[in-house]
Design a protein around this ligand. Structure first.
Ligand code: C5P
Length: 315
């Protein structure tokens, strides 16, 4: 039998009636603590074994009643992101409406802090938030597991962003199971690049470079998470897409070196990049590291974030 992703208590807390006022949903970014990439499959996706980790850098989707489906936005990516039918927020709302038989009517507003095309799954996060927001606005009564199933049809990372926390991802990343980390908080510093990287291009480059995996199994990483020792975790972080991201953006090596030189316990490219993520000992160390990285002027922005945090949740 498959374990449900969400506890009964969490399901019990969720109202089943349509909301009349605005529904505000907050959703985190993700990093991959371990990302093993296997060969390309016949559908073009790569078989993954990954450990997802949701971090406290958030987007927000607000859903209000409306006569049609509309999307507005503010923050990161405004003016760059298309707000039409291609946008994952709109696609998520339409997918939920189609699945539940509701009219796809809502006025959606996206407030973005997660940089776009950054390897932090910002677009996937917004789709997860839209599913949770429209679910509540329309009172569909879907379980979180049902939402995760719709999420999987929209993108590989989206079921994880509905779940949050720390989770093992398999398949193309859409099959997620929670990893219990005993309530420990990890401290991260993110170096956000000036310009994004296209995820398909990074995967294609991974193949062109020979499709070699160094990451192996996530067993060492999972054991390190249980040990709650950042020095141990530092030795287990791994990302098979890092070489491809560095091939496309050689200057990222300078960012990784700057973080390590500034005292990070470890540094790696987040997902398909180009964001670089550094592990700190604690909150104070993360603040010092962030200040030092900022002073070196090697990236567009520096952020601190803790993890794990919950997935898309109504505020
Ligand atoms: O699933 P998602 O839409 O986020 O994937 C974006 C792109 O990343 C895919 O079109 C594919 O090129 C690449 N990808 C992949 N293997 C995966 C996940 C993503 O090749 N497991």
């Amino acid at each position: 039998m498959t374990e449900p992703l969400f506890s009964e208590d969490e399901e019990f807390d969720r109202p089943r009636l349509a909301a009349h006022g605005p529904v505000r949903v907050r959703v985190p970014a993700k990093i991959n603590l371990h990302l093993h990439v296997g060969p390309a499959r016949s559908d073009g996706f790569h078989e993954l074994t990954t450990v997802y980790h949701a971090i406290g850098l958030y987007d927000e989707v607000t859903a209000r009643r409306g006569d049609t489906l509309t999307l507005t936005m503010e923050g990161e990516g405004t003016g760059e992101l298309s707000l039409d039918e291609d946008n994952l927020v709109i696609r998520a709302a339409r997918a939920l409406a189609a699945e539940t038989g509701h009219e796809p009517h809502a006025r959606l507003h996206l407030k973005k802090q997660i940089p776009i095309a950054a390897g932090l799954a910002g677009g996937s996060a917004d789709a997860a938030a839209a599913l949770v927001a429209c679910d509540q606005l329309w009172g569909t009564g879907m379980s979180r597991d049902d939402l995760a199933a719709i999420a999987a049809t929209l993108g590989s990372d989206i079921p994880f962003l509905v779940l949050g926390g720390t989770a093992l991802g398999t398949g193309r990343g859409e099959l997620v199971s929670p990893v219990l980390t005993g309530g420990h908080t990890w401290h991260w510093v993110l170096a956000v690049a000036e310009e994004g990287l296209s995820t398909p291009t990074v995967y294609r480059t991974f193949d062109q470079l020979g499709g070699n995996s160094n990451a192996g199994t996530p067993d060492g990483l999972l054991a390190a998470l249980r040990q709650r020792d950042p020095e141990v975790l530092a030795g287990e972080l791994a990302n098979d897409l890092q070489a491809a991201a560095l091939h496309l953006r050689p200057e990222l090596q300078g960012v990784l070196d700057a973080g390590l030189d500034a005292g990070a316990l470890a540094g790696l490219v987040s997902g398909s990049g180009p964001t670089c993520v550094f592990l700190a000992e604690d909150a104070r160390h993360a603040a010092l590291l962030a200040a030092e990285l900022e002073s070196r002027d090697c990236c567009r922005a520096v952020r601190t974030a803790v993890g794990p945090v919950p997935g898309a949740r109504v505020l």
